[in-house]
Design a protein around this ligand. Structure first.
Ligand code: ADP
Ligand code: MG
Length: 321
């Protein structure tokens, strides 16, 4: 309660000063923050509201758990028929497939049958038998898109897609577009940990964004950037420890097991959807293969060492060893 009040007071006082607006709402249990600079006469409250409404609308279509979502319609008809979807759902699945191709399936929205075998609350590790059986239903190559009819067909029965690994970055993209089209000249949108920034703040300042330590509190590094998206995937979000081993929620689609070797991957890209999906993908690929892709990253490996891609070396500042 206290912190909500603080945000409100801060917003109100800055608003009075003129150009700044910031608001946070909780959507699907995730904090979504929009922050932007705009001329006061453009009704920033209405613009922020527009963002939240749009996110709610597309979130409803894309929710794996909602039996009425477009994703559920696609999944229920796997092996049966193609399902016509909205432009946004179609575009998102297309983007997901592009990342699958680029990463040879390290990112794969059909991973759900493998993912569902794990129970993070009950600490359940699936049997080899279960994994082999589920793996038959996992392949991005069995997603058929039709650009003309905007339809999606999962060719194998029992196949399922889940856009959880790309949707938050995609939402950041959509929100930033709304802000820009409404006249904002700088801003930041954060959908959970998936962030997109544009323009420069008062005094020509860049946006300063911290990267969380995968173990303990505080940050390992921060970046000073603008006009990019930034996403982090970590082994500390959803996990359990059994017999000294950590099992987390980023699954290697080729093995069905949580990917090894990395604690967190942060990706910087032009698009939020790309940053989000690539963070998951690089986590699966590991440091060596990550280096062979044209992707800018900050990786904390399983020994805690921080690796920074060449293009980011003058933008990332390490704060902790
Ligand atoms: P978070 O949701 O914690 O931000 P990610 O963006 O890395 O994390 O997405 C992880 C989610 O994506 C998982 O909860 C799961 O639903 C899904 N997922 C897990 N492994 C993969 C994978 N290899 N490819 C695509 N999606 C995945
Ligand atoms: Mg992701």
């Amino acid at each position: 309660m206290k912190s909500i009040l603080f945000v409100f007071l801060l917003t109100a006082s800055l608003l009075k000063a003129g150009e700044f607006y910031g608001e946070t709402r909780i959507l699907w249990g995730i904090p979504v923050t929009v922050t932007f600079y705009i001329k006061r006469e453009n009704s920033p409250e209405k613009i922020a509201n527009l963002c939240f409404l749009k996110l709610k609308e597309i979130g409803y279509k894309l929710n794996y758990y909602d039996p009425n979502s477009e994703i559920s319609a696609i999944n229920k008809n796997s092996g049966k028929r193609a399902v016509k979807v909205s432009k946004e759902t179609y575009e998102l699945i297309k983007k997901a497939l592009a990342v699958s191709k680029m990463t040879k399936g390290a990112f794969d929205i059909t991973v759900r049958p493998l993912f569902n075998l794990w129970d993070f609350k009950k600490k359940k590790i699936p049997s080899t038998q279960e994994l082999i059986k589920a793996k038959e239903k996992v392949s991005y190559r069995s997603i058929v898109l039709d650009q003309i009819t905007k339809s999606v067909f999962l060719t194998k029965e029992g196949m399922e897609i889940d856009v959880g690994g790309i949707v938050k970055g995609f939402m950041a993209d959509i929100c930033v577009d709304i802000l820009k089209n409404s006249g904002a000249y700088a801003g930041m949108v954060a959908v959970g940990g998936d962030i997109k920034v544009f323009g420069k703040k008062k005094g020509n300042r860049l946006w300063k964004i911290g990267i969380r330590k995968p173990r303990g509190n505080g940050i390992v590094a921060f970046l000073e950037i603008t006009d990019v998206a930034i996403s982090t995937s970590g082994d500390y979000e959803r996990f359990f420890v059994k017999e000294g081993k950590r099992y987390h929620h980023i699954i290697d689609p080729h093995t069905g097991f949580p990917a090894k070797g990395i604690r967190s991957v942060t990706v910087i890209a032009k698009e939020g959807a790309l940053a989000d999906a690539l963070a998951t993908a690089l986590f699966v690929l590991g440091l060596k293969k990550a280096k062979s892709l044209p992707v800018e990253f900050v990786i904390v490996d399983s020994s805690g060492k921080v690796h920074i891609s060449a293009g980011l070396r003058n933008k990332v500042f390490i704060t902790a060893p």
